[in-house]
Design a protein around this ligand. Structure first.
Ligand code: NAG
Ligand code: NAG
Length: 464
């Protein structure tokens, strides 16, 4: 990490505050050939609700996603020793995901306390994702199993803002996730690269009485204890999965939690750069929370501006979307009703994301695009340069200066481009009509338009 998280946060907040003051003059941005903002790992989506609803179908979004997050869940409808799960009256049924460890009778995964046939649809979608090339798989949790919760309600504690995991079950939550990861490796041919034990743990809205979905608050000190157990449980099963934490709702919360967890727990439990982890996961949930808690819809423009901000300031090396299929006006890249199990039309967001995900591919080096409206990536093997830019202002030309690739630097006479109108209109329209003039090219952008360009740079000018 070049900048500290605090630096990035400050810049990010300043940018959000400025709200992208609109630009009217023609613009020029200089792509920095020598920059290196990390090697791209991929794009993906969390499975959970939509995969539970549609996991038995064959279709998958054709965006070249290679990351899938599987939700190890926490509901079950059995009674045990006189206890049953307590369900919030507002619960949306399609947001209950059946968990595997259904009672506390035994921790032995071969005992009848475990139901491995649960959650068949989401597991099916996970396997299909892997079969189609998803190579980064994460196991994540949004709450402990219901019976580990103080009030037996996996939507949260009675007040929403206090811990709901019983203190004598800290190890069981870790044991549950490690057991699922081990069972998946042994029986499903699924190797989780990472395990994430908490979802938005500092939030104060995980309220058992009012919740519409599963969730759980964890104090930082509880997180630390559970993280320690999780490291031990994973290692004792011979698993090399790393731990992702903490997937907070807001960047500043993530920072606060990060600072509260001791460096020894960090070193022991989170070997792979935890800040990097929660940037790529936490960053997306920030968008989710900010938007959905404010009762707003997730508009395409918010998707794009968050993507650009992330790429430029948070420097993630992967980007994971919450729900690829969801209701109209919600998350859906494709509109779907998880409760009625119907799939509707493809949303404009899908094509906006295609402008990024189909072009910035795993293994590419992320470059400094030179402005807040541009991201760039370079593939050393094929010498392909990808430039993606967005115009928020009135229609204008944007000039792309490639002179830092040295002169002449680029050989193609015609550059391919793809165009999507962010709110509505053209959807991923491909054209080959943009000439290179010396070390520059330019293109006209309508207002609220995103364009992607692909240029092959000549062999002797690989950026270093
Ligand atoms: C079942 O409930 C009884 C009465 O509350 C209790 O004494 C016993 O320990 C419980 N057994 C298990 C396995 O939880
Ligand atoms: C780039 O163009 C120059 C000048 O036309 C030419 O000599 C060179 O071979 C080209 N390089 C590639 C990789 O096409």
């Amino acid at each position: 990490m070049g900048r500290t998280i605090m630096d990035k946060l400050a810049i990010l907040l300043a940018l959000i505050a400025a709200n992208f003051s609109s630009v009217n003059a023609d613009l020029t941005t200089i792509i920095d050939a020598k920059s290196n903002r990390g090697t791209w790992e991929g794009w993906g989506t969390s499975l959970a609700w939509w995969a539970v609803a549609f996991g038995n179908r064959q279709s998958l979004p054709g965006l070249g996603f290679n990351i899938a997050r599987y939700n190890a869940d926490v509901s079950s409808w059995n009674s045990y020793n006189g206890s049953k799960m307590v369900v919030s009256p507002n619960m949306i049924p399609s947001r209950q995901v059946e968990g595997f460890w259904q009672d506390w009778g035994s921790a032995d995964p071969s005992s009848s306390s475990w139901k491995w046939s649960a959650d068949a649809n989401q597991r099916s979608m996970l396997s299909k994702a892997q079969d189609r090339g998803a190579d980064i798989l994460e196991l994540f949790s949004v709450s402990p199993m219901w019976w580990m919760c103080k009030n037996h309600n996996p939507s949260g504690s009675d007040d929403g803002s206090s811990d709901n995991l019983q203190s004598w079950k800290y190890q069981q939550h870790a044991l549950y996730l490690a057991t699922v990861a081990k069972y998946a490796a042994d029986n499903w041919n699924i190797r989780f690269q990472s395990v994430e034990p908490f979802n938005q743990p500092s939030a104060n809205w995980w309220n058992g009485g009012m919740g519409t979905q599963e969730g759980c608050h964890f104090e930082a000190s509880t997180q630390e204890t559970v993280l320690g157990y999780l490291g031990t449980e994973l290692r004792s099963r011979g698993l090399s999965s790393v731990i992702s934490a903490s997937d907070e709702s807001y960047y500043d919360e993530a920072l606060t939690t990060f600072n509260r967890i001791s460096s020894s727990t960090m070193a022991e439990s989170l070997p792979s750069s935890p800040c990097h982890r929660y940037q790529w996961v936490g960053g997306r949930d920030s968008l989710y929370s900010t938007v959905s808690r404010a009762g707003k819809k997730l508009w395409q423009s918010e998707l794009v501006s968050n993507l650009l901000l992330d790429m430029r300031w948070l420097r993630p090396t992967a980007w994971v979307y919450w729900q690829a299929l969801d209701r109209a006006g919600g998350w859906g890249l494709i509109d779907a009703d998880n409760d009625k199990k119907t799939i509707g039309s493809v949303n404009q967001k899908y094509f906006v994301l295609a402008q990024f995900a189909r072009h910035i591919r795993p293994g590419m080096r992320i470059l400094d695009g030179g402005s807040d409206y541009t991201v760039a990536a370079y593939d050393a093997t094929t010498r392909k340069l990808v430039v993606i830019a967005v115009n928020w202002g009135d229609a204008q030309y944007i000039n792309f200066d490639l002179s830092k690739f040295s002169t002449p630097g680029v050989n193609d006479t015609v550059i391919k481009r793809w165009t999507t109108q962010i709110e509505s209109g053209s959807r991923y329209v491909e054209r080959s009509d943009t000439p290179l003039d010396g070390t520059k090219f330019w293109s006209r952008f309508e207002k609220n338009m995103v364009q992607t360009f692909e240029i092959t740079v000549s062999s002797d000018l690989i950026p270093i």
